[in-house]
Design a protein around this ligand. Structure first.
Ligand code: HEM
Length: 404
């Protein structure tokens, strides 16, 4: 009886809003089954709160690129003067978005990426030298790599890197939701510490400019960027650097070890197949599962009216498995010819500015793993992050053995 009651409550809850299934444990384990169910409701479906949700690749792309949609709610309440500056450019619309993004973009240029390649390769090899035969792929490899790279890119001195790492990780944990008052207090403390660390870094780079992002930001202070906008931009870069690429590497290794023939193919040609394997992971199991846009005016879409002020949730993970775009979309296949249209990095003006860095890091990581540890195997259950937005393993125990 108890189970029947629970099931009843569960179905009632879900019937009211299919999105709610994504927050339940089963939905977090396999959101793709939930997305499939949602496809029955068509390309654009209403949610319980009067917003909209789309699983369609074409509708996601349209919404993300249509300038009648923005990231800001139309009724933004600013509670104190200066609050608006607490938002990074991910949360800003043009013209502020354009001005701030222009400042960050050069850090990810092809020339900068070419300069990073040997540093990323060296970090990857250092981590693999230390890993041993039996290790947690996430804590020993996938997490420390992007952290080292982003602190390097921001020009954080080695002496401060550990503190940036600690506070950045606490702030990144907010992506999973704030789950207690104690967590909220830790977040506030970490935020204050990070602010102080960045302030001293700004002061250092005003005195001694170097070839890094922070130096470029302080050089533009008062002109292209206002003092209150500097910290949000740096925190965004830090947290984006920490919390995304780790999941891409984790999801790629998890997918490949679950498809041993494809892992063997990769090991036979690491230089040729690491890039395609990362691209297929971005399509098949993307680290960022959804984003949303707010209609800045009434918009006609798929025969419906999205009223001004209403959001459209764009389910990127669902769009990437849209059967109208990919043949056998649920099949993981690193030999697939067409993967580049995936929306793992979003689309339009907010397209991930760090995508070249994420691709560089993840491709080198996977290539070196396949070259150095072809006998890699799973060695225990995977534990997932608790978030339904950020998808990736929290722990992925692996061991190395001679390949069969
Ligand atoms: C934006 C995904 C790595 C920095 C975005 C967006 C997505 C995304 C989906 C757009 C969100 C939206 O449209 O609302 C990813 C994934 C990554 C990754 C899946 C790794 C696999 C990185 C890295 C950095 C970075 C390494 C920087 C170090 C940013 C920034 C934005 C952004 C600054 C805001 C862009 C804008 O608003 O114009 N990312 N990201 N990302 N990402 Fe990434």
């Amino acid at each position: 009886l108890y189970r029947r009651r629970l099931e009843f409550a569960y179905h009632g809850y879900v019937r009211r809003d299919p999105m709610s299934l994504l927050h339940l444990r089963a939905g977090r384990e396999n959101p793709y089954a939930v997305y499939d169910g949602m496809r029955q409701a068509g390309p654009l479906a209403p949610t319980r709160l009067g917003n909209w949700v789309t699983v369609s690749h074409s509708v996601c792309g349209t919404v993300l690129r249509d300038r009648r949609f923005g990231v800001n709610a139309t009724e933004l309440t600013v509670t104190a003067p200066g609050d608006e500056f607490d938002m990074s450019f991910l949360d800003r619309d043009p013209p502020d978005h354009t001005r701030l993004r222009r400042l960050a973009q050069p850090a990810f240029s092809p020339r900068q990426m070419a300069g990073y390649r040997p540093r990323v390769e060296a970090r990857v090899d250092e981590l693999l030298d230390r890993a041993g035969d039996d290790f947690d792929l996430v804590s020993a490899f996938a997490a420390p790599l992007p952290i080292a790279v982003i602190t390097d890119l921001l020009g954080v001195p080695d002496a401060d890197a550990d503190r940036f790492t600690r506070y950045g990780a606490v702030i990144g944990s907010a992506l999973e939701g704030i789950h207690s008052l104690r967590h909220a207090a830790r977040l506030k403390a970490a935020n204050d510490e990070l602010r102080a660390l960045f302030e001293s870094l700004f002061a250092l780079r005003r005195r001694e400019p170097a070839d890094d992002v922070i130096s470029r930001i302080v050089a533009a202070e008062g002109d292209q960027i206002q003092p209150g906008e500097m910290l949000p931009m740096c925190s965004l870069l830090l947290v984006a650097g920490f919390e995304t690429t780790v999941n891409l590497i984790g999801n790629a290794v998890h997918a490949l070890l679950g498809h041993p023939r494809q892992w063997a193919d990769l090991c036979a040609d690491p230089a040729g197949l690491a890039g395609p394997a990362i691209e297929e992971t971005l399509r098949w199991d993307p680290p960022v599962q959804r984003t949303a846009r707010c209609a800045q005016q009434d918009v006609e879409l798929e025969g419906r009216t999205v009223a001004k002020g209403k959001f459209v949730v764009t389910l990127l993970g669902a769009a990437n498995r849209d059967p109208e775009v990919w043949r056998e979309p649920d099949r993981f296949d690193i030999h697939r010819e067409q993967t580049a249209d995936h929306l793992a990095f979003s689309s339009g003006i907010h397209y991930c500015v760090g995508a070249p860095l994420a691709r560089l890091e993840a491709t080198i990581a996977l290539r070196r793993l396949a070259e150095r540890l072809p006998g890699l195997r799973r060695n225990g259950p995977l534990r997932r992050r608790a978030s339904s937005v950020v998808r990736g393993p929290l722990h992925l125990p692996v061991r190395t053995s001679a390949p069969a």
